[in-house]
Write a new protein. Structure first.
Length: 342
């Protein structure tokens, strides 16, 4: 995973294409180009039998330029960054700001690719890709582009990373999350994403450390005996729910303004569908309530995936068992700090 900052200063998580997949896509493109080039050169050779020799040489040069440079430049522009090889491997070329690749950028990549692959047999591209953190070759550096994995694995389509555990739903709605930074939330999200890939001892130590950082900046404190991954999942799920509610309210207000501008009357702002029975005190305007907790995401077998008990991954603790307080974090009574709005 890598971070890409768009033109609106929004950080996005992207999957940078790996060197092996890019090499296979390039090999497919080179085979296709070589096949087309053989056919085109054969036709130009037949033309040279009935035409002037200079005419045949000119057609050969045009054919070489069209196949070697025109093919990747035109196809990446028309298909928004994909050639036939990239389509087969699920790759795409995008600008450094996340936008679609433009013709100028595709042309620069094609011209640099002629030198990198056809003249120097791919050596500069290989060295540059190994030295660059994002795997860019020389053409990508000059054009300001990056090759990403457009078709994600099936494991990434199971749903949101963080879900709200039922036992922490009430605590999550009363959380004060204004001090949870984007960097800390991203660290917790990446930990949950790789949760099942880590060794049990590494997983527990890392989760405990991240959970301590989160507990230090949220209030009220969580109930005792909650495992770190359960706590982080609840915090991230509530944070996402509030952000989705704010975006929904912004869309509702824009729609109301558009209706009022066309009709000349004040449009009533509708209430978000699926609102809970009781809103959080002081956190929302009257008549508007956020949507309820997100449903659990389906797991690899189709059933809802939640972080299971210790018997599933070898941890010695259990959900209901009391645990010692986290080091460096002062435990506070849930009733000692009144809930505040985000």
């Amino acid at each position: 995973m890598a971070e890409l900052v768009t033109g609106e200063a929004v950080a996005l998580d992207i999957r940078v294409a790996r060197l092996a997949s890019r090499a296979i896509a390039l090999l497919l493109d080179l085979l296709f180009q070589a096949s087309i080039l053989n056919v085109v050169l054969y036709l130009t050779g037949m033309t040279a039998l009935v035409a002037d020799e200079a005419w045949g040489a000119g057609l050969s040069v045009v054919a070489l330029a069209a196949v070697i440079i025109g093919y990747p430049a035109a196809l990446e522009t028309l298909t928004r960054g994909r050639t036939l090889g990239k389509m087969a491997l699920g790759l795409r070329v995008v600008s450094d700001d996340g936008g679609p690749v433009r013709f100028r950028q595709a042309l620069v990549r094609a011209l640099a690719g002629f030198v990198e692959f056809w003249l120097l047999f791919g050596s500069p591209a290989l060295i540059a890709s190994l030295l660059n953190l994002r795997g860019k070759r020389i053409g990508d550096i000059f054009a300001g582009t990056i090759v990403i994995q457009d078709r994600v694995p099936a494991s990434a389509l199971f749903g949101p990373v963080a879900v709200m555990p039922q036992q922490l739903a009430g605590w999550g709605q009363s959380l004060e999350l204004s001090r949870v930074s984007d960097g800390l939330a991203l660290t917790a999200r990446q930990y949950l994403t790789r949760f099942w890939e880590l060794m049990p001892e590494v997983r527990d130590a890392m989760g405990q450390r991240i959970a301590e950082q989160v507990v230090a900046v949220v209030s009220p404190p969580p109930p005792r005996g909650v495992r770190p991954e359960i706590l982080l999942s609840a915090v991230l799920a509530e944070r996402r729910r509030r952000e989705e509610w704010r975006l929904h309210q912004r869309l509702v207000r824009r729609t109301a303004l558009l209706q009022r501008s066309f009709t000349g009357t004040q449009a009533q702002v509708p209430v978000a569908a699926g609102s809970p029975a009781q809103p959080r005190p002081g956190s929302m305007p009257s008549g508007a309530m956020p949507p309820g907790p997100m449903p659990p995401s389906p797991g690899p077998s189709g059933a809802p995936q939640q972080y299971g008990g210790p018997q599933q991954y070898g941890a010695p603790q259990q959900y209901g068992a009391p645990q010692p307080p986290m080091q460096g974090v002062q435990q506070r009574s849930p009733g000692g700090v009144p809930p505040r709005s985000h």
